[in-house]
Design a protein around this ligand. Structure first.
Ligand SMILES: [Zn+2]
Length: 297
């Protein structure tokens, strides 16, 4: 993906280089004014109680190796050149999602798109959905409408999961933005309301539909980004499809040395994730991503 020297997003909240808790929040490019809370107190409590991270669930892989979330602030530290590059990359991808989704909302939904804020953190941080750490992986918190990302995860993807390439990282950002799109459309609130009333197995099945739709939306984004900016390079789409396969529930369970048990899946299999991404990429149509209305997931 061509990203160097391109416009970045203003909606980045940079919490790196300081302790996990407390301290000041450094914003790149001014950030976004005002709060972004999407739910009232009631919704917030529900989210806290259930702790639904809409993230890339790498807990099976990282359990034991993740960092413990503690209330003790760590020392501030300088940001390395490599980290700065990663932040710029993420910022450009986020800006691309903003432009693409603003246009898609206008043409396919008939209304304006209100973009998400992306929190860059290092090690640990707090969110209304709970503490974030290396063990949680990137996630979207509906309570504040923010995406939480430690760019160290890109290294985990490459080295531990075999998801190589910059477009694998772009797909991760696009997937989390897709959860914000679902929130904007009201799908997330609706789906989570149903999840509260059903069994764990049924709740997991709904979670899979949420995640596969986010993968499909990520494919739509990739297609629109290519059409709009022409910034994809040969192999980029393959990198995203490969990444989707590498973070399938069955693959993650196998990597953790466990027998994959479908009723515990919350994100979908490798085959499903890569196929729904491809559906979005091939159609560019939000209606084609109706994972809630299909019998064939
Ligand atoms: Zn997700």
């Amino acid at each position: 993906m061509r990203w160097r020297g391109r416009r970045g997003s203003r909606n980045i909240e940079d919490r790196r280089g300081r302790g996990g808790f407390g301290g000041r929040t450094v914003r790149i490019g001014g950030g976004r004014a005002g709060g972004t809370a999407k739910l009232g107190g009631f919704g917030l409590i529900i989210v806290l109680a259930l702790g639904w991270f809409l993230g890339i669930d790498v807990t099976p892989l990282l359990s034991g190796g993740g960092q413990v979330v503690s209330g003790v602030p760590t020392q501030t530290r300088p940001i390395s050149e490599a980290e700065q590059q990663e932040a710029q990359f993420v910022s450009v991808v986020l800006a691309d999602t903003e432009e693409v989704w603003a246009d898609l909302f206008q043409r396919q939904v008939g209304r304006a798109y209100d973009p998400a804020t992306l929190v860059l953190y290092s090690g640990v941080t707090q969110s209304p959905c709970g503490g974030a750490s290396g063990a949680t992986g990137p996630f979207y918190c509906p309570a504040d409408g923010k995406i939480y990302l430690d760019t160290e995860f890109f290294t985990t993807m490459e080295r531990q999961l075999g998801a190589r390439g910059d477009f694998a990282a772009a797909y991760v950002v696009a997937h989390e933005v897709a959860h914000h799109v679902q929130q904007e459309l009201g799908f997330l609130g609706e789906a989570n309301a149903i999840r509260r009333r059903v069994s764990e197995g049924e709740s997991n099945a709904i979670s899979v539909r949420i995640e596969l739709q986010a993968d499909c939306y990520s494919g739509i984004w990739a297609r629109a980004a290519q059409q709009r900016f022409g910034t994809l390079e040969p192999g980029d789409v393959d990198e995203a499809v490969n990444a989707a396969r590498r973070i399938g529930d069955d693959h993650l369970a196998e990597r953790a040395g466990r027998v994959p048990m479908p009723h515990t899946f919350t994100h979908g299999t490798s085959e499903q994730r890569s196929r729904w991404f491809t559906t979005g990429w091939e159609t560019g149509d939000m209606a084609a991503c109706d994972t809630f209305g299909t019998d064939r997931l």
